[in-house]
Each structure stands twice: as C-alpha cells, then as structure tokens.
Design a protein around this ligand. Structure first.
Ligand code: SAM
Length: 368
C-alpha cells in the first residue's frame, strides 16, 4: 500500500437496505443472545428514578438486524422503569446509511419496528467511531455492539499473500494482533468512561474460538481462503494488478477468547483499573442460514445465488478500496461484480462445504 488507509475513510456496509436483507445470520446472532442482555438487566436492576436511561447499539449498520433484540431489551427497561425516559443511540461510521437506519426504526420499511410500542423513547444516530468517545462520561447504562469491534482503526501492514490476517503468520500476524490489542483496550477504556456505575456492556464479537474456528472457517471450505484465491486469480489473469492485490487488506482483527479477556483479567490493565469487570464470556457458533437451507432444498444454483449477497454485504468495500483510484468507478464496480460472480460460480459448481457460519465471543461486562 502506498499510504495507510484509515478504516473510517471507506468502510460502510452495502446501503439501501441490502445489509439487513442479506445478513439474516447476524440477526440470529443477536436474537439468540438477547437472553444474556436481559439477564444483565436483571442483575443491574435499574432503579425507577425518573432519570434518562441510555442504550447504544455501536456499529449498528442499518439497524435492521438488531431491531427485534433492541425492541425486547427496551420493552424490558420500560417495564422495569416506567418513569424513566429512554434514549436509544445508534452509532456507526460517517459513511453508514443512516437514512436507511431511521427508515427502519421509524417503521417506513417492511421490517417491523418497536418504536411506536414504547412510550417516552428518544432515538438518535451518532456517526462517531467507537474507537473514540461517543457519549458524555457516566451517562451510558447499556452499551451493546455486535459483529463490529473486529474493525481496527487502520491496516498496520500490507499482507503479501492473503487478504485477511487469519491467513497470515509471523510478523504480519503479529502486527495485526498488536493493532487489535491496542484498539480493543482503547475501545473498552472509552466505554468504561462512558458507563454509569452499575452499567453494562454486551459485546458480541467476531473472534476465534477455542477450536480455532472463525467466520466462514468451521470445518468446510474456508471463506477467507476462497476470497484470497479468487482475488489472486484475478491478478494471474490480468483483471487486477499486483499492487491492487497488495492494497486489498481487511481492516479487521479476529481475536481469541484470551485476547478479548486480557484487559479485564490483568489487574494492572488500565481498563480493569478504570472499573470494568468481566461478568460473562463464552463462544458460540451460529449456523449459516443459507447453508442450512441448502441442506433442505439441495439446489446448488439457488444456494450460490442466495449465499453470495451475505458475503458481499460486508466485504465489498474492502475489495473496492483495493482497486486503483485511477480506474473509473464503473470499471471498479465491474471488476468487483466479476469477482463475486466467480465466487458464485464456484459455489454453484461445488457447493459442498461452503458456509458462512458465525463464530462469536459473547461478553458481558460491568462497570463497578
Ligand atoms: C458487520 S456490520 C454489523 C452490523 C450489526 N451490528 C450486526 O450485527 O448486524 C459491522 C458494522 O460496524 C461498523 N463499524 C466498523 N468500524 C466502526 C467504528 N470504528 N465505529 C463504529 N462503527 C464501526 C461498520 O460500518 C458496520 O456497519
């Protein structure tokens, strides 16, 4: 890469509702884990004291995947604390499609929203990165984030033989893990400052589980290896240049359970010293809904056509950003279309083993 590309400069999920429609698995992740948040609320036992209760959804994309989980949690808050105004703050990066978010929350799409079911509720958007401070100190009661904190502030080095840190070893891997550790500690530190005493964080993060599994790498065909092979193949056939291949790096760090827990377990760590405590940590695998459907319908063309949009909804900006700015936008779009068509063809021709199973580390933290 000729210069370090900041993640905020280009990152956004595919807009206009594409993200929520294609990414039903991310919804399952949150719906299935809503009980962890409701249990945390039970332990928190927020007083019905008339003070504003604030919840965030950090890295919300278009808000469609979290809408049912957020609705369940806010209804529980309303039931427990009838006198408290509720402030719900959705946060993402500035290029996020916030218009789509507000259309979803305000019930202007075919997705059902909780908004009119909860009295005294105030919904806002915030386009400040979660690597910075987002709400005033001591004002946050429930901070939630799903499938977002693997995005690091910038790529620390250009990967020579892969597009993602999970496919690397040695110095490249170390550089991503070091960047991941700094950003994670900083993220937790900012949240700790924002939390009111007794407040909770519910963080459902992409990571590497105890068996070495991670997103799209759960025993079948590895998704990130497939991305890499196909992108590399486009260098080989002259569709993209070697420089463009080298400039294509996911600005992500997949952390292990120990890496997630480290700032909370180490007595000397500033996060722990600032008062954040780990209440709960576990890993879970949530099956790829498209691979599950395929087991029933056995139609490979249909599986490929339904499966590729879920990959595309979050990975496309990374492949677009790798292409030279000297190419017209239409040419970059055509190259990326060609890339996903190759992936689709590959799945349709040999569907066995393809799946984007979700592997998450679920954490609940308390500010003491
Ligand atoms: C894969 S989507 C997850 C969306 C939603 N939370 C879900 O689980 O379906 C990741 C989201 O995190 C956002 N994101 C990445 N880095 C961020 C940052 N530093 N601050 C806020 N949002 C960020 C992306 O823009 C994207 O919308």
């Amino acid at each position: 890469m000729s210069q370090a590309l900041q993640t905020d400069d280009f990152m956004a999920m595919k807009g206009a509702g594409y993200y929520s429609k294609a990414t039903i698995g991310a919804k399952h992740v949150m719906d299935n884990a809503a009980g962890l948040i409701l249990d945390a609320l039970e332990r928190m036992d927020p007083p019905d004291n008339g003070a504003t209760f604030t919840m965030t959804d950090m890295g919300c994309a278009d808000g469609g995947t979290s809408i049912d989980m957020v609705g369940r949690v806010l209804k529980e808050v309303r039931g427990r604390c009838p006198s408290r105004p509720i402030q719900m703050i959705y946060t993402d990066l500035p290029r996020n499609d916030f218009s789509q978010l507000f259309q979803i929350v305000h019930g202007l799409t075919d997705i059902e929203s909780y908004f009119t079911d909860i009295d005294d509720l105030y919904v806002y958007g915030c386009a400040t990165s979660f690597h910075q401070k987002m709400v005033p100190p001591g004002s946050l009661h429930l901070g939630h984030s799903a499938t977002a904190s693997h995005y690091i502030t910038e790529v620390p080095c250009s990967l020579q033989n892969h597009v993602h840190m999970v496919g690397t070893a040695g110095a490249e891997r170390d550089a991503f893990e070091a960047k991941g550790a700094v950003d994670w500690q900083n993220m937790l530190l900012n949240r700790t400052e924002e939390l009111a005493p007794g407040g909770r964080l519910a963080l459902f993060n992409f990571g590497i589980d105890e068996e070495g599994r991670y997103l799209g790498h759960t025993g079948g065909v590895s998704m990130f290896d497939t991305f890499n092979e196909l992108w590399r193949g486009m260098v080989d056939d002259g569709s993209i240049t070697q420089d463009e291949y080298l400039a294509t790096n996911f600005p992500q760090c997949y952390r292990t359970v120990d890496q997630f827990a480290a700032p909370l377990r180490d007595e000397a760590n500033p996060v722990r010293q600032a008062g954040l405590r780990l209440e709960h940590i576990e890993t879970r695998v949530v099956r790829c809904p498209f691979a599950e459907d395929f087991e029933r319908h056995r139609d490979a063309e249909r599986f490929a056509a339904e499966y590729i949009p879920t990959l595309r909804s979050w990975s496309e900006p990374v492949f677009l950003a790798g292409l030279s700015g000297g190419r017209p936008g239409s040419e970059r779009a055509a190259i990326v279309n060609d890339f996903y068509q190759r992936y689709q063809r590959r799945v349709a021709d040999a569907p066995r083993g393809h799946a984007m199973d979700y592997v998450h580390c679920y954490m609940i933290c308390e500010k003491i």
